[in-house]
Design a binder for this molecule. Structure first.
Ligand code: PHE
Ligand code: ZN
Length: 882
């Protein structure tokens, strides 16, 4: 019965409208952990825009019990059954179909469809999980009105939820009960949700700007409900913000969020019933870090914003995923910027793009934000589709300006509310609202890869003119050898020698206009000449706010970088100048190490730059913490021909130690100045101070002297919040302080009942960059608290090891690669989605030395040759090898 999954790609060019529409569906669930009965009654109407006489209904992992058309059993010659679908042959133009099937939620380890998490029935349907619940067309352009009846055991499942509004409920004999839900908004099947279980509830209310009262309900296991207040407060902020900034109001009388332990991603935007990973919901000072608090706020907002950008206007097909995700990520980024510090938020987002998305773009899995083919769509929930997709929306915002961008958004909703649309539809609304031609801009949707910009500068002192010649080039990516030029907005200014911004007048203009503008690069190379520059050659400040996801080389001297760090008005450019300086110094150290010289001192330039930033740290502690952080090993590795694992480690170790030693007094002062006495606070300013304090503590610990270690010890012993506690524990283990083992043991003992804290404990040990890491990780897999059934736990241990432990994962004997592969192959049979994601750690094998290359390739070949391998893992491994 089980057939090898098909490995044929699906192509965007093959899109056809559905042959039938399904305006209504009634679902009836009789819930039992191992044998849930599902009855669906669907109405069908031939689609005037459709073609073909066949109707395909997808269905997987279920026993089909009965099938009737207009109340009569379907005769065998009218339909056929295949492994993953049934096909109705020439059905009438209008009819009702009833499908009865049986599913086994308790055996559902893939966490797609209906499954059980800690005794709670819940669903995940995006992208193609609904077909594990009933036979259905299961494509986002088929939108139906849902009516859902849920029946279950009353004591096991006192709470019965679905999308929309509760209509009715009642008791049944035998200790059972039922509830009826109706969602007035037609929706694609991927937004369907059901939850049933013994859940506690936090309630609140939000009044929309038009005066409607919305009930807010946040559900979790009773033990966790005390950690849900921050999520609820975040939800109200998000609802208000979407009204203020986008004019978008919530549209139902009830908004529900349920937190579950076992979930493949962060959260899901099901209409009126979001389902969340506990890791993106729970937050309490003693168990959660500041990062967790911000993350909960961000994810809550993200899923809420989907109500309009995703649910009300959805995707025509899965190739259009970035239509909802890129836009919604951009919206959540704007929200977080408005709630906290815009500059610091932007820098954090840029770090992610560069560390993760640029790496993806430079490897075998590179794809455009709208891919044109896939084998398994689950593999395309990527940094490219999400974060680069958000950068593309941001570029539109930069090109059009806030006001025109808003007009474009309004037009988009005016035209497409209630529809399933494409990326073209979105960009067309922007084009029509602005009167601009965005034809060339569309290439951002179809071409993969990170454009590289080279800037040549020529200053003519006689003419007082500065010419910038900017050239763009995008390296080849799989299947795309040649690229056409992109439409690239470059927000910029010029900083005078005296440190003040110059007024900007381009050749041909009558007078200067302001001190900042957006240059538009559309050609392979273009020249921009600024005139009227009295006072000598200014330093160009380019790509302000990281106005485009590109790499930029402007040939800055060290002095110019220092000038930008000190004087630019743009936080991103100031920070980036510092990162360039640090990269130069670190890469030179890597070179020295490779040449057999092992310097023991650090370039003064970097120490001086840090000293200056530390001097100004009081102005903005959160920004200072960014300025004082070194580039990551991922970012450094991307700038090398061959990633030099040992060299990167050497350079970072040396730089941290020497920065710690030479600026000891300043770090100590920063530590003290940013240590808050008094009660814990989660406000933005308090978070900022903690971030600088803990960074200062890290440098003090890297110096490895008694005073620093004593401070770490004291902080670990006294911390009243998880940020301070975990920072100290990380330093204890990372720098190998003698109490390392004891501290890990006491931490576990204290927190063993809090799964999210236990994840931190696993993750911290997986990230210790030493030679013993593979054995340590393997050993931890045998720990009683380790389980393969919880994706958070798997990611905490195996994911942290493979993605965040350069030295351990890439150990020369290949033990890290072997460990990952062995475990991924086991996991693949249980949860292919999570397995495939971990496997992508091997994807960049070509960037390492030959010895490591052959080891990594051998593991990938072992994966591809494994019988019964999932489509998910097959796609990642085979593309990595191609
Ligand atoms: N659509 C979800 C989000 O971005 C992500 C998700 C995808 C969750 C697939 C689960 C499964 O908010
Ligand atoms: Zn999303």
């Amino acid at each position: 019965m089980s057939q090898a999954p098909t490995r044929e790609p699906v192509y965007l060019k093959d899109y056809r409208p559905p042959a039938f529409l399904t305006p209504e569906i009634e679902l009836d669930f009789v819930l039992e952990p191992e044998a849930t009965l599902v009855t669906s009654r669907q109405t069908f109407r031939r689609n005037p825009k459709g073609e073909g006489r066949e109707l395909v209904l997808f269905g997987e992992n279920q026993d089909l019990l009965a099938l009737t058309l207009n109340g009569a059993p379907l005769p065998p010659e009218r339909w056929r059954k295949e492994s993953d679908r049934i096909v109705l042959l020439d059905p009438p133009d209008e009819f009702t179909l009833e499908v009865r099937s049986r599913i086994d939620p308790a055996a559902n380890t893939a966490l797609m469809g209906l499954y059980i998490s800690n005794g709670v029935f819940c669903t995940q349907c995006e992208p193609e999980g609904f077909r594990r619940i009933t036979y259905f067309q299961d494509r986002p352009d088929v939108m139906a009105r849902y009516r859902v009846r849920i029946e279950a055991d009353r004591s096991a499942c006192p709470v019965l939820l679905s999308n929309g509004n509760p209509i009715d409920r009642g008791d049944l004999p035998g200790g059972r009960h039922w509830a009826l839900w109706e969602d007035p908004f037609p929706k694609p099947s991927y937004l369907f949700a059901l939850v049933a279980g013994d859940l506690a509830c936090l309630e609140d209310e939000f009044t929309t700007r038009s005066g409607r009262k919305v009930q807010l309900r946040l559900y979790s296991e009773a033990a966790n409900i005390g950690q849900c207040h921050h999520a609820l407060a975040s939800l109200k902020k998000a609802m208000k913000w979407d009204e203020d900034r986008y004019g978008l109001e919530y549209d139902l009388d009830l908004f529900q969020i349920v937190a579950v332990n076992d979930f493949n991603f962060g959260a899901m935007e099901n209409k009126g019933l979001n389902i969340f990973n506990t890791s993106a919901t729970l937050a309490r000072a003693d168990t959660s870090t500041d990062f967790d608090f911000m993350n909960v706020e961000r994810v809550i907002a993200h899923e809420y914003f989907h109500n309009w950008t995703g649910d009300r206007v959805t995707c025509r097909d899965w190739f259009q995923l970035t239509l909802k995700e890129g836009l919604t990520v951009f919206r959540d980024q704007q929200f977080s910027a408005d709630m906290h510090s815009p500059g610091v938020k932007r820098i954090g987002d840029v770090v992610f793009i560069r560390d993760v998305q640029f790496a993806e773009d430079a490897g075998p899995l590179a794809h455009p934000i709208r891919p044109d083919r896939y084998i398994e769509i689950n593999n395309f929930y990527t940094a490219t589709v999400y974060q680069k997709g958000a950068e593309v929306i941001r570029m539109l915002h930069t090109l059009l300006g806030e006001e025109t961008y808003r007009k474009g958004i309004d037009l988009y909703f005016q035209r497409h509310d209630g529809q399933a649309v494409t990326c073209e539809d979105f960009v067309q609304a922007m084009a029509d609202a602005s009167g601009r031609d965005l034809g060339q801009f569309m290439r951002w949707y179809s071409q993969a890869g990170t454009p590289e910009l080279e800037v040549r500068r020529r200053f003519d002192p006689d003419r007082q003119a500065l010419t910038l010649e900017i050239a763009q080039r995008t390296p080849p990516t799989p299947g795309q050898e040649e690229k056409l030029p992109f439409h690239i907005p470059i927000r910029m200014g010029l900083i005078g020698r005296d440190g003040t911004p110059r007024r900007l007048q381009l050749e041909g203009e009558n007078e200067p206009k302001g001190t900042e503008r957006v240059l538009e690069l559309t050609e392979p190379a273009q020249r921009f000449t600024f005139i009227g520059l009295e006072g000598g050659e200014p330093v160009p400040s380019l790509l302000r706010g990281f106005s485009a996801p590109v790499k930029l080389d402007a040939g800055y001297s060290d002095d110019e970088l220092a000038h930008l760090m000190a004087h630019d008005t743009d936080d991103f450019v100031r920070w980036d100048a510092g990162q360039r300086l640090a990269s130069n110094v670190l890469l030179a150290l890597v070179g020295d190490h490779a040449a057999g010289r092992a310097p023991s001192t650090l370039d003064r330039r970097l120490i001086d730059a840090f000293a200056k930033s530390l001097d100004r740290a009081g102005e903005d502690p959160a920004f200072a913490a960014r300025m004082l952080s070194l580039p990551s090993s991922s970012y450094l590795g991307q700038q090398m021909q061959v990633i030099d694992v040992e060299g990167i480690r050497f350079a970072l170790d040396l730089a941290r130690r020497e920065l710690g030693r030479s600026l000891h007094g300043a770090w100590l002062a920063a530590y003290r100045a940013n240590t808050d006495e008094g009660p814990f606070s989660i406000d933005t300013a308090a978070i900022a101070r903690r971030s600088l304090k803990n960074l200062a503590l890290a440098y003090l610990a890297y110096a490895r002297d008694e005073e620093g270690q004593a401070l770490v010890r004291t902080q670990y012993a006294r911390a009243d919040n998880m940020t301070d506690c975990l920072s100290a524990l990380r330093l204890i283990t990372e720098t190998g302080m003698p109490e390392s083992e004891a501290a890990l043991a006491s931490f576990y003992e204290k927190w063993e009942k809090e799964p999210l804290v236990v994840n931190k404990w696993f993750s911290l040990q997986a990230m210790i960059e030493d030679e013993a890491a593979p054995e340590r990780v393997e050993h931890l897999m045998a720990h009683p608290a380790f389980t393969w059934s919880n994706p958070n736990r798997v990611r905490a241990l195996l994911g942290s090891f493979a993605m965040m432990n350069l030295v351990g994962f890439h150990r020369r004997d290949g033990a890290g690669y072997r460990l990952l592969t062995d475990k991924v192959l086991e996991l693949d049979r249980r949860n292919p989605q999570v397995a495939a994601r971990l496997l992508s750690a091997l994807g960049r094998w070509r960037r390492f030395d030959e010895h490591r290359q052959s080891l990594m390739r051998a593991e990938l070949e072992r994966v591809v040759a494994t019988p019964g391998l999932s489509r998910d893992s097959y796609e990642i491994a085979s593309k990595s090898l191609a």
